[in-house]
Write a protein that binds this ligand. Structure first.
Ligand code: GAL
Length: 428
């Protein structure tokens, strides 16, 4: 069954609106479900909470731990089925359309705010389209993350005798070998499915290039998913996996980031929310750590746009709170402070064009420059691992096959490529 129908069927079993009791206060309260729970990410979301509370609303924090958001999505579905969705929730990419099709999202609540604040001109069309349903905004975009990054501790590199950041897969392996020989963990990595697929998609991009990535992970083309380039990408993935932290099974991404920050590991392949942990540890980009594009992906940007959807609610106070959150989120001040803490870049075009003026660091300036340049060349592509390219059902198919492949010592790349296609086809 198509995922929209699956979601709708589950939800129609329940009454859509139960009046969840809202905390009684003068301006109303709004519950926000999200998965920003690492130390650095919490600092980022606390910025929004403080701004909304300053405006007199009560922020009910609906944080659900679990990187990548799979647990948060499960919680959200059961809340919707129970007729008790929160006022605001973190949902991304094509899933927004699926949720909107169920009729649970509110197409009216953001209308005036979007008009008054000129969202259409503030946002890139690609960004705006992601958060609109039938021409109306049903979500507010918060920030843009890049996935294909490699995070490096330069002091560890120096101790291992490595003098520069790798720019090819071969240089990556050479650096990893040196790190291993010097007694460091070459690649910090938490073996959770979404983290495995974060590495997988960066390797696919490196081996297959932008066109190959798009055909395989966005268009889900059979030839691209099963062909020789995918087999090569899977072969490289297996090699990359040999350098992963042996204690990383099931580890959270931020605990693995800490190993690079503390000098136990040399590198981590992770989206730029990893920077939030470096920032929290008071480390400076370009000095205490390096952010470089994953080898072979310099001319591409796998994007991940965080956004907050608004669910229909009966309580009028909630609508005011939802609107306040939306207004704050796209404000210049929030865009700067949140992304500075979160490691992302703003969604506003005017800010992306002048990052230095807003005091963003070297990593963020590079990200914004590449985002704008890659948007022109086609190098800007949606991340599969972070819900931007496919529905959650198709993403789940990728996650299963990739994680099994990484963990099965007998797995063959050609066979895994066939399994990828079969699983994706069944999930479509
Ligand atoms: C992503 C999300 C990021 C970050 C990351 C780790 O899906 O977009 O904002 O939270 O997961 O949990």
């Amino acid at each position: 069954m198509h995922s929209t129908l699956r979601l709708a069927a589950a939800i129609s079993l329940a009454s859509l609106f139960s009046l969840s009791a809202q905390a009684a206060d003068s301006k109303g309260s709004v519950e926000v479900v999200h998965w920003w729970t690492s130390g650095g990410e919490k600092a980022a979301v606390d910025v929004l909470k403080a701004q909304v509370e300053k405006d007199g609303f009560t922020w009910k924090d609906g944080a659900v731990a679990g990187g990548g958001g799979a647990t948060a999505m499960t919680v959200l579905k059961s809340r919707a089925v129970a007729g008790n969705p929160p006022g605001v929730a973190q949902i991304k990419g094509p899933d927004i359309q699926d949720w909107a099709a169920t009729g649970l999202l509110d197409p009216d609540v953001l209308k005036d705010v979007a008009k008054q604040e000129n969202w259409d001109s503030l946002l890139d069309k690609k960004v705006a389209d992601t958060v609109k349903y039938d021409g109306d905004y049903v979500a507010v975009p918060v920030n843009i993350h890049r996935i294909n990054w490699l995070w490096i501790n330069p002091e560890v590199f120096k101790k291992a005798g490595i003098d520069k950041a790798p720019t090819t897969l071969d240089e990556f392996y050479a650096a990893a070998d040196k790190l291993k020989a010097a007694g460091f963990i070459p690649l910090a990595h938490g073996g959770q499915p979404w983290q495995d697929s974060t590495v997988f998609e960066s390797v696919v991009l490196s081996v297959m290039g932008v066109d190959g990535y798009k055909k395989a992970l966005v268009d889900l083309d059979e030839n691209a998913l099963t062909g020789p380039e995918m087999v090569k990408a899977l072969t490289e993935l297996k090699k990359v996996a040999t350098y992963m932290d042996p204690d990383g099974k099931g580890q959270d991404w931020n605990l693995e980031a800490a190993k690079v920050i503390n000098g136990k590991a040399g590198m981590q392949i992770m989206g730029d929310w990893a920077k939030s942990e470096w920032t929290l540890a008071k480390k400076t980009a370009g000095k205490d750590y390096q952010c470089v594009a994953f080898p072979g992906t310099e001319k591409a940007f796998l994007y991940n746009i965080d956004s907050l959807v608004v669910f229909k609610q009966k309580d009028k106070g909630t609508a005011a709170g939802q609107q306040d959150i939306a207004r704050k989120v796209l404000g210049e001040d929030f865009q700067k402070v949140f992304s500075t803490n979160k490691g992302s870049i703003p969604v506003r075009n005017d800010m992306l064009a002048d990052m230095a003026k807003h005091g963003f660091d070297a990593c963020a300036q590079t990200a914004a420059k590449d985002f704008l340049a890659d948007a022109k060349t086609g190098g800007l592509q949606p991340s599969m691992a972070h819900n931007m390219a496919t529905t959650l059902a198709v993403q789940g198919a990728f996650f299963d096959v990739v994680t099994n492949y990484i963990n099965d010592p007998k797995a063959e790349p050609a066979d895994a490529a066939k399994k990828l296609y079969a699983a994706v086809k069944a999930a479509k």
